[in-house]
Design a protein around this ligand. Structure first.
Ligand code: SAM
Ligand code: SF4
Length: 326
């Protein structure tokens, strides 16, 4: 299925829950505006029905996200149920990693291919400052368990904030030298509940990593996945560095994705408030054809590009990242 701007839409980011065991400062809604009631969240059965319908319309890859997908009970069985459909080529997950150690092997057996794990810094005080209630050691254990279980390639998501220091870059360089891990630096997007102190920008990180002025060392297609990151790999390094730059160099022309929020809204673009409610029709007896039509409506609503880089300033976001599904 191609949208009105000739982009092939084959990738669904599916939010299992808006809840999370961390409260990253750039991600969660203000205190008191949380969480969705359980009855508002799509059941696994409802999600599976939508996946079947969307697959017939072109979706072949799914990333489970949230909130924190691993806080939702039954996630291993849900992965197995998606796998059992036999039509989804790639099932992946974005997680903070903290709950992964006891689940990694079971998720792999169930059919999860790979994980992206968020790790903004390896300074434990800075980590707790960013995540509010996260413990660095839990996330580091999650990364180890993912590698051991073969949930590979493992990619780390590092949002650029003041928490990131030069010592972190030294650590990431060592890590990427020894392990087949992609460390991806992501520009902070202003959709969190409080302004985040920006730290190093992409140019500074590239300079400190010794990447400034160099061409991409490996083509993006070499790294498995469908994301917008541009990757670099040094000779003899097992892993790579990636940069995701929605602000300074947006990648809208290559966007192949659609989001489904935990409360059943199709969101054509992360950075636009437009959503299509599919839960209400689903619960009111919509046929598969009706649901397919709503899927097409969402794809028609996909804007050509987002506005974060426009001089006119940022739009007011109605939902935080954890409510949308990052
Ligand atoms: N809880 C999981 C995690 O942290 O990986 C999955 C959900 S989280 C919303 C998905 C990704 O979005 C994470 O890598 C997180 O760092 C990133 N993220 C959240 N808010 C962001 C923001 N305002 N700007 C840039 N990235 C953000
Ligand atoms: Fe939770 Fe992930 Fe958002 Fe952090 S980024 S609050 S871990 S959903």
């Amino acid at each position: 299925m191609r949208d009105g701007h000739n982009r092939q839409i084959n990738y669904l980011r599916l939010s299992l829950t808006d809840r999370c065991n961390f409260r990253c400062v750039y991600c969660v809604p203000p205190q008191g505006k949380e969480w969705l009631e359980h009855s508002e969240i799509l059941t696994y059965e409802e999600m599976l029905r939508l996946i079947k319908v969307f697959n017939k319309a072109g979706i072949t890859k799914i990333r489970l996200t949230g909130g924190e997908p691993l806080v939702r009970k039954g996630v291993v069985e849900f992965v197995a149920a998606i796998k059992a459909l036999g039509v989804i080529e790639d099932i992946s997950m974005t997680t903070n990693g903290s709950l992964l150690p006891p689940l990694a092997n079971r998720l792999k057996t169930a059919g999860l291919n790979r994980v992206n794990i968020s790790l903004d810094t390896i300074n434990s005080a800075n980590f707790t400052q960013i995540t509010t209630c996260g413990r660095l050691d839990d996330t580091l254990s999650g990364i180890k368990s993912a590698l051991k279980a073969g949930l590979t390639p493992v990619k780390l998501n590092v949002v650029l904030t003041e928490a990131l220091t030069e010592s972190d870059l030294t650590y990431f360089t060592e890590l990427v030298y020894h392990q087949p891990i992609s460390v991806r630096f992501i520009e902070y997007m202003p959709i969190g509940n409080q302004p985040v102190q920006r730290g190093m920008d992409v140019a500074m990180v590239k300079k400190l990593l010794g990447l400034a002025g160099r061409e991409m060392l490996i083509p993006a297609s070499v790294i498995q996945g469908d994301g917008p990151a541009k990757y670099y790999r040094f000779p003899k390094y097992q892993g790579s560095f990636g940069f995701i730059t929605p602000i300074s160099e947006h990648f809208c022309e290559a966007c192949n994705r659609l989001r489904l929020t935990a409360d059943g809204h199709l969101r054509p673009c992360l950075l636009s408030n437009t959503e299509v409610d599919i839960k209400t029709p689903l619960r009111n007896g919509a046929s598969d054809n009706d649901l397919t039509e709503l899927f097409f409506t969402a794809i028609r609503e996909k804007p050509e590009g987002h506005s974060l880089c426009r001089a006119s300033g940022y739009p007011a976001f109605e939902r935080s990242m954890s409510q949308i599904g990052g």
